[in-house]
Design a protein around this ligand. Structure first.
Ligand code: AMP
Ligand code: MG
Length: 394
């Protein structure tokens, strides 16, 4: 059995970030930028009015001024403003040559073509060319995950097809003689396959591509044929059959497929029989079939790995601090324990409630799970109300 951090080292030692693709902005939400985006012009590109009002020379402000034209956003006043003159100007319009300030329209009285300034001791209400950013400045650094503000910054910089990381392609093989699809009623020793739905949803939520998903019986030849029929993939997830029982075909399957096994037992609860293997840049995991183990090892290893394949950085799951609320506090164990919890935001931060799981086969017991609580090994223990570190989970 190896500790969790050693498992991480083994995974990262074999993980190679995916290639790069160009995507239109409309399809790039949630993707990771591979090439830093730079401003292609100063911002603003010209001195612009910050208010609706009149552009003029501040030294002229005491006298009646003649309105000689207008400037609006998208349409400049092209003349040069002289002494005793002003130009009607709207927010965002270029400030005409010759003017050195904009006076708000509330601070003038206009009569026909004449303007009298009432107050001119305020700011100049000019957004200076380049005050936000200079041409060539980085607006979105490489490695950034693109959310709405980042996409808007790319649009403003004229980058309509950013270079982003290709989403990792995942394939999922589900094994088990006992499994029937969710729309069938199990008979005898059968149970419904809930892990297919769980894995598909977890992958989709994180923006990964599930290129294929197949359910097979615990039969080595059938499983080998099923994997061969899956579309090209970066990561192969196999559900169930991780141990060494008669029906546990996953390890022989990986070996038959030419994968090299790196570990097959973790000092982890739940999730001890997690298997990790690689074949060139392709990575494979066997996830212990229990639904709770599935969720936990996905959050601890697979989600951070899929993130790493795009960002090439920051692989370990993030941690937050919260208050342990009422609920059964999971007992310490010699295995490194990560307990599914529900974190809710309260006035003072997060409240964390450990879920009352009946067993690691308790699929419905996971309902509401959005966090993992690392439980300290004995003699450590937790008390209700204590502040604890937890791992937020998608
Ligand atoms: P295994 O890892 O194959 O030994 O399976 C461990 C436990 O998880 C067994 O009780 C299985 O019936 C259950 N299990 C395996 N695969 C699934 C699945 N796809 N959906 C729900 N339960 C499963
Ligand atoms: Mg099985």
């Amino acid at each position: 059995m190896i500790p969790v951090h050693e498992a991480w080292h083994a995974i990262l030692a074999h993980a190679r970030p995916t290639g790069t693709v160009r995507l239109p902005l409309g399809n790039a939400l949630g993707r990771v930028l591979r090439t830093a985006a730079r401003a292609d012009a100063d911002s603003p590109p010209f001195d612009a009015a910050a208010m609706d009002g009149y552009a003029l020379r501040r030294t002229d402000a005491g006298r009646a001024l003649r309105v000689i034209g207008a400037a609006e956003a998208g349409s400049a006043f092209t003349g040069i403003l002289g002494a005793g003159e002003c130009v009607r100007i709207l927010t965002g319009a270029p400030v005409p040559a010759g003017a050195d300030c904009v006076v708000k329209q509330e601070d003038v009285v206009r009569t026909g073509d004449s303007v009298q300034v009432l107050r001119h001791d305020g700011p100049d209400f000019i957004r200076r060319s380049g005050e936000n950013r200079r041409r060539g400045d980085i607006v979105v650094p490489a490695g950034t995950r693109l959310g709405p503000p980042e996409l808007a910054a790319l649009a403003a910089a004229g980058i309509g097809e950013p270079e982003v990381a290709r989403a990792p392609r995942c394939a999922h093989l589900v094994t088990g003689n006992e499994l029937v699809p969710p729309d069938r009623t199990p008979t005898g020793a059968q149970i419904r396959d809930s892990n297919s739905t769980l894995i598909a949803a977890l992958l989709t939520r994180l923006g990964n591509e599930l290129v294929g998903q197949t359910r097979v019986r615990d039969d080595l030849a059938a499983a080998q044929a099923a994997v061969a029929a899956l579309p090209a993939h970066d990561v192969l997830l196999i559900s169930g059959g991780a141990s060494v029982g008669d029906l546990d075909i996953a390890r022989p399957l990986l070996e038959a497929l030419g994968y090299t096994l790196h570990f097959h037992a973790l000092n982890l609860r739940p999730g001890k029989p997690l298997v990790f293997a690689s074949r060139g840049a392709q990575l494979a995991f066997v996830l212990p079939g229990n639904p709770v183990s599935h969720w936990v090892v996905f959050q601890l290893f697979i989600a951070p790995l899929l993130d790493y394949l795009q960002t090439g950085a920051g692989a370990a799951p993030a941690r937050l601090t919260g208050r342990l609320a009422e609920g059964r506090v999971p007992p310490p164990d010699t295995r490194q324990t990560f307990w599914p919890c529900r974190a809710v935001i309260t006035q003072g931060g997060y409240d964390l409630t450990p879920l009352p799981l009946a067993s690691s086969g308790d699929s419905a017991g996971l309902v509401g799970a959005n966090a993992l609580l690392p439980v300290p090994p004995p003699p450590g223990s937790f008390a209700t109300g204590q502040f604890v570190e937890f791992i937020p989970c998608p």
